[in-house]
Design a protein around this ligand. Sequence first.
Ligand SMILES: [Fe+2]
Length: 184
Amino acid sequence: MALVKIPEQQVTLRDRAEVTAFLASHGIEFETWTPEHPIDADASAESILAAYAREIDALKRRGGYVTADVIDVKPDTPNLDMMLAKFSREHWHDEDEVRFIIEGRGLFHIHPGSGPVFAIEVEAGDLIRVPRGTHHWFDLCVDKRIRAIRLFQDTSGWTPHYTDSGVDKGFEPVCFGPAYVARG
Ligand SMILES: [Fe+2]
């Protein structure tokens, strides 16, 4: 279940209804999905897409997405640092950024048009839809592991446009989830 942190206000949201409502107030859709049947985290991309076919189809209809794929990022993924550097600077896309997390975790920072920057830490079971044009950046957690379904309206529209605002440099790309919760 995703957590939201608003550093400027020293606020962390962990409650499902609060997280969902806060993200919705910024136009970001958040849901949690459960698979049609149990699947292993290392299952093939095809079987993962099949297990979530119902949710994917519903989302495709709602958002006009035409394709779905599965990305698999591990610490030994070739050129990992180069790949991550592309997305860890503030940017926006002509496409929505739609991710359903199958395994691992990741940290989205959102820089809204009004209000302070906030972070969303996503984990397995979380669906997030960040509308096109939203300023954001993304980091992996220390374990550098994420497997996720992505949905696209048009894959050519999914190039990052950098803002070069430097805002991203003021925020630590540190995940806070399970350890933070464990400490209460
Ligand atoms: Fe992005």
